[in-house]
Design a protein around this ligand. Structure first.
Ligand SMILES: Nc1nc2c(ncn2[C@@H]2O[C@H](COP(=O)(O)OP(=O)(O)OP(=O)(O)O)[C@@H](O)[C@H]2O)c(=O)[nH]1
Ligand SMILES: [Mg+2]
Length: 314
């Protein structure tokens, strides 16, 4: 487990979410010291508005009722601690054991690069997250290569090149408008020759509803596996926290098409609806690897379920 980051970054990053959940819960209390079962509908609305989703909100409320026989959940403190524990449990588990898999350096014997493919709809933060990850892996002493697999959007390759320079990563690009699978093919051969530890492949943003574009991701994967055994070793779906429930729909579709292995949730700092991780981690069983808390190169932190839940609830 990576625990070396400052937990305060969660509190700061989730200020908007926390403000929204807690201020609203407080207004349910009004001047009272405790709420009662009649107020549960209001609590339900607040959780749904924080994007926890209907399924999980219903479960929380049911558990809340059950727990209330044994524990005080009607005071502000009691309710807060119940919610924080519940949410940490829902997004935890899978996360804890898997966090180090992302960007795992190959063992000493192996010279094979570890290949990560970043996918997601337009503008979620794929390229930015690649830059931040490249920096994290460089800090661990790895040789990193970033690959401009987005050959569609004007200036996408240049944007990635800037991140390569900032992070000290090697950089590979093909021709604008070229076949991304061909770019990845060449890049991976180069990565093999240069004994790169981790390769981060950027892809063009694509709507999960566009079938041909989704199929293209499959082709990139196939080509990658022909060059390096088992590549891509991870397919990271980058989701934007500010898109709310739509992020869940994207997660379902991408998972069906490309076998997503983990999630990066970006723009937590700009979202009043940080609860979306509860249905994503819970329903899809996908580990959340990192969370984006800003636009800077240091603003990507390993996901910590407890810090997240505490910051979300208050
Ligand atoms: N506040 C905030 N902004 C972010 C975060 N991650 C990315 N961004 C911003 O989101 C915008 C889009 O980021 P990109 O990395 O270009 O997104 P992308 O997914 O590569 O976009 P396409 O390649 O067009 O699909 C940029 O302005 C980033 O600075 C984050 O965690 N917090
Ligand atoms: Mg991009």
């Amino acid at each position: 487990m990576t625990k070396s980051f400052d937990k305060a970054i969660y509190t700061k990053g989730l200020e908007k979410s926390r403000g929204s959940i807690m201020s609203r819960i407080r207004s349910v209390f009004g001047t009272r010291k405790a709420i009662d079962p009649e107020d549960l509908e209001d609590i339900e609305d607040i959780l749904i508005q924080a994007d926890v989703g209907i399924t999980y909100t219903t479960r929380i409320i049911e558990d809340l009722k059950k727990t209330s026989a044994r524990t005080d959940v009607w005071s502000e403190e009691g309710l807060k601690s119940f919610l924080a524990r519940w949410i940490a449990g829902a997004v935890g588990g899978i996360v804890q054991e898997n966090i180090e898999i992302l960007g795992k350096p190959p063992d000493v014997e192996s010279t094979l690069p570890h290949v990560l493919l970043m996918v997601g709809v337009n503008g979620t933060g794929k390229t930015t997250s690649i830059g931040k990850l490249a920096k994290i892996f460089r800090n661990r002493g790895q040789k990193v290569m970033v690959v401009a697999g987005d050959t569609y959007r004007a200036a996408a390759a240049e944007q990635l090149e800037v991140w390569a320079q900032r992070s000290g990563a090697l950089y590979h690009r093909g021709q604008d408008g070229g076949d991304p699978a061909a770019v990845v093919h060449d890049a991976l051969n180069k990565a093999l020759a240069k004994k790169v530890n981790t390769v981060l492949v950027d892809t063009a943003g694509r709507l999960h509803t566009k079938k041909p574009l989704m199929k293209e991701l499959g082709k990139i994967s196939t080509v990658a596996s022909r060059v390096i055994d088992g590549a891509p070793h991870e397919v990271i779906l980058v989701l934007d926290a500010t898109t709310g429930q739509n992020a869940l729909i994207q997660a379902r579709t991408f998972t069906e098409v490309v076998g997503v292995t983990g999630i990066i949730l970006t723009k937590m700092d700009g979202s009043a609806r940080g609860g979306i991780l509860v249905p994503i981690a819970g329903e899809l069983g996908l580990p959340v690897r990192y969370v984006g808390m800003g636009e800077g190169i240091e603003d990507l932190v390993p996901f910590d379920p407890e810090a997240y839940a505490q910051a979300l609830v208050g």
